[in-house]
Design a protein around this ligand. Sequence first.
Ligand code: GLN
Ligand code: ZN
Length: 756
Amino acid sequence: MQASVIGYPRIGKYRELKFWTEDYFHGKISEHQLKENAKKLRSEQWEVQSGYGIDLIPSNDFSFYDGMLDTAVLLGAIPRRYRDLHLNELDTYFAMARGYQGGNGDVKALSMRKWFNTNYHYIVPELDDQIEIRLSGNKPFDEFLEAKEQGIQTKPVVIGPFTFLKLAKYKGKKQLHDYVDVTVRAYVQLIRQLGDLGADWLQLDEPILVTDLTHADITLFTQIYTALLEQKGELKILLQTYFGDIRDCYTDVTALALDGIGLDFVEGRESFSLVQRYGFPKDKLLFAGVVNGKNIWRNDYGKTLQTLRDLQKSALQIVISTSCSLLHVPYTVQSEEQLDESIRSAFAFAEEKLEELSELKALVDDNASERSPKIITNAQVQGTARHKSEPSVQQRIDGLTDADFTRSPAFAERAALQKAALQLPLLPTTTIGSFPQTQAVKSNRSKYKKGEITAAQYEENLRSMIKNCISLQEKLGLDVLVHGEFERNDMVEYFGEKLSGFLFTKQAWVQSYGTRCVKPPIIWGDVKRSSPISVEISQYAQSLTDKPVKGMLTGPVTILNWSFPREDISSKEMALQIALAIRDEVLDLEAAGLRIIQVDEAALKEKLPLRKSDWHTEYLDWAIPAFRLVHSGVKASTQIHTHMCYSEFQEILGDIDAMDADVISFEASRSNLSIVDAIIQSGFKTAVGPGVYDIHSPRIPAKEEMAASIQSMLQKISPEKLWLNPDCGLKTRGEAETLASLKHLVEAASQVRGQL
Ligand code: GLN
Ligand code: ZN
């Protein structure tokens, strides 16, 4: 049996690529240096994979920013405005990725979207009528030859034509169908050239095949691949799918003249039964994705070997593979020497997954019995309690009744009571929570962490920052204030660190987009809050002003979605555990005198299943109640806010409303307020704060611009239901621009109020 890796992480064990790239952006290293460094990184990674005996090692999985962007450039899809900057190749590429502002012009970046159900984001290719798709780059060839020179035969990896065309944005008159023939031609040329260079395999990634497909989609897919495969020559083609199963097109895919088909047996709930039901063609290799590319726990060899043996009954030849690219897991457990060995042995990051592939491969080849030492050791790891359990948490969950998920009285009655209690003006102004994380804010935290200042000094600095922040907001004239979140480095990490059940790593970084990486905590045991977390700080902030200050918390679904989850209990159970912990915090905040509490669910949409039929049963049916559990215990007069980062929730508006918050704020400034129409049509009851301005840009919108935007919101939303706020937290912004923008916001609000 052979072993295959779909893709390897590319940021470097210690995020080297991130730092080199940022150094390049700041002119600290040359293009040549950056490229040389990257070359060395690639070479080391191939060496590691080859060392573990991986037979099909990916190449062209490296990227300076993103693989979809690489594919667009490879196909010549560079919009005119970037060409017109007349920058060199690399800088044109970075201009598409992150925008350009300088001597050669001023252009925004291409848009960025979430990559399926991951926290990775890709750059959306843009096709306009001027673009001529043709093979225009050398990256896959260069990287294949680079590895070959090193004595390593790789399997180049490219995003497949169907996924590319489906995810691209069409800006001109030409639509997807107008690009099909030229795209096929470009891929045929790619295949031919790789064949000429001596490649054996090409992996074409088609994750879009695991989503809901229409008949037209399947026809188009078949048309593209039939044409491609007719002209492919000697090179073997692996059609790689991941993040789910291909139930809509399994028989269409297996009927094609492919050499290998990659299926995901981890996230693909139906992959196994599809193979059983329809069989698998004898002339093709089945690439069985059985080593989880998304989570960080050790593989269960007993279970995996059983799956492989069962599959062998249907497919003549199997290649053992990761379930998706290892891009979504950190590099290696070895970097976490601070963790106890008993804990570390439960984990497999990318490098440990290579070891798993090679061990599993050997175990199958040797037809190993259950008594083989590798299997016994693995079973022991599986058998030792990975997770710390807290019986009291389970008892609490068992005792929950419908009433715990229902806030009473109903919305309208609460709204009236809150109006009387809070005495806010119409169109109240507020912010989402964080204020700029200045150097002083960051250094206060890092000095305290390093032990350079005492806890008392840290607290004192914190209090003075909060005091400033409150007085600043009062001067600005905002109606509902926040404490500024100066104690938080990250909205999930902050709570995770104070709850039991979470584990933190040092180097377990995962790429989120470009040079941005995240270090998700690991849910290690039952989650429990042993003492109040943010109560003292919030109470202090409230003591400084007569205006209401919002208690500021992160919601259970977001904490769960931005962590590595356990696999022994369900997402629902984890969400309920976290919800109970946050619920206790909510009740303590209320008791401490906070009249408004915001529970952020920034990542609520992140894990919405790819298939619509799963939306409720697999996700929303527990995620929305988990949020309600957090706030159902407060008094009617306490106002609950929530915040979501994107407004792309048109299709689940009913569920968002069913969270039963009193107010929801969200990003709307970049979506042309189309969300506002949808909200009205849906009969949404929750009051809304569609972001009046975009905080992702340093730009300061004028008062008139904001007033106009508020006016247009008022065309649709009644003033009783409308809140005014920026569209997300201000932590990444500079102080000066923040002040100026908020000043304009408050002025715009009072101008519009005067016209009501
Ligand atoms: N309260 C958080 C903040 O203001 C919300 C951040 C977010 O939605 N990502 O930073
Ligand atoms: Zn946000």
